[in-house]
Design a binder for this molecule. Structure first.
Ligand SMILES: [Zn+2]
Length: 283
């Protein structure tokens, strides 16, 4: 080793140890994720089997991000009903026009309209040989859940959760760059393990780069009372949906205790073990 690199190494080790630990654990996590992801897509290609999964979780839990990352790793589409509805409205179809009129009045879309758009999307996917889907944002009611169970062979319902105080902090930490539209999260969460046995939670902020930093803004509805109200509404609405899926024996509960880079490598092997499990096999 040259004296220059020794000096560099020496200087390096004088960085706070926690920085090193964080960087190396992030790197390990990403390496594991890359190999898990590769294994997952390879394995399912070798033995084609459906991945018909539903992701549930409160606002702020990061459900959309998890759904999209997992869908990509398993080679299935991430179907968010919000996106389907926006696309239907944009398409200018007669159903889209009806939906637009309802949404413009600030009303909720009737169940059967949402169901129709979703069922058409799932049917098209089956025709085109998609191996399944990850549903995000649906179902919202027990009736929708039961209809989905009757019409589709759902294999797994992943129920993501996160301690409520962290959800609130995360929602309050959301920032939008008004320049480029990217999302960041400035909440720096570090909760110690609680006396009643709940695990430590560490979620570092997703800090903006210098070019976005001066343009960040908070969405008007990310105020604490609004966030708490949204969580309360979610709790009430999700109970019957969860109950319908629990009755069918499909729910897997997964509590988040860290950010996405640390969590995905824990989540992927768990999900892999569910590939190809069908409702029919349990009958
Ligand atoms: Zn920006």
């Amino acid at each position: 080793m040259t004296s220059a690199s020794a000096a560099l190494l020496h200087r390096g080790w004088r960085l706070p140890l926690s920085t090193f630990a964080a960087v190396s654990s992030l790197k390990n996590a990403l390496d594991r994720l890359a190999s898990d992801g590769a294994r997952a897509s390879f394995g399912t290609e070798a033995a084609p089997s459906s991945i018909n999964w539903v992701f549930l979780g409160p606002p702020g839990v990061g459900k959309g991000t998890y759904a999209s990352r997992v869908a990509k790793a398993f080679g299935v589409p991430h179907i968010a009903t919000g996106d389907l509805i926006r696309a239907e409205i944009k398409s200018g179809s007669s159903l889209g026009a009806q939906m637009k009129a309802i949404v413009n009045q600030g009303k909720l879309l009737p169940c059967d309209m949402v169901q129709r758009v979703l069922q058409e999307r799932l049917a098209r996917g089956r025709q085109e040989g998609e191996r399944g889907f990850i549903l995000d944002g649906y179902p919202r009611t027990a009736a929708q859940a039961e209809q989905l169970l009757r019409s589709t062979d759902i294999g797994l319902v992943l129920n993501l959760s996160l301690r409520e105080e962290v959800l609130v902090e995360k929602c309050m930490g959301r920032r939008l760059c008004r320049h480029c539209g990217k999302n960041y999260n400035v909440a720096d969460i570090h909760l110690a393990a609680s006396a009643d046995g709940r695990p430590e939670i560490v979620m570092p902020p997703l800090s903006p780069p210098p070019e976005c930093a001066p343009h960040l803004e908070t969405r008007a509805d990310d105020r604490e009372e609004v966030i708490r109200h949204r969580l309360e509404v979610y709790k009430q609405e999700s109970k019957p949906v969860e109950a319908a899926f629990r009755k069918a024996g499909l729910v897997v509960d997964f509590e988040l205790v860290a950010g996405i880079p640390e969590t995905l490598p824990r989540l992927m092997p768990l999900l892999e073990s569910y590939v190809g499990r069908h409702a029919n096999e349990r009958k």
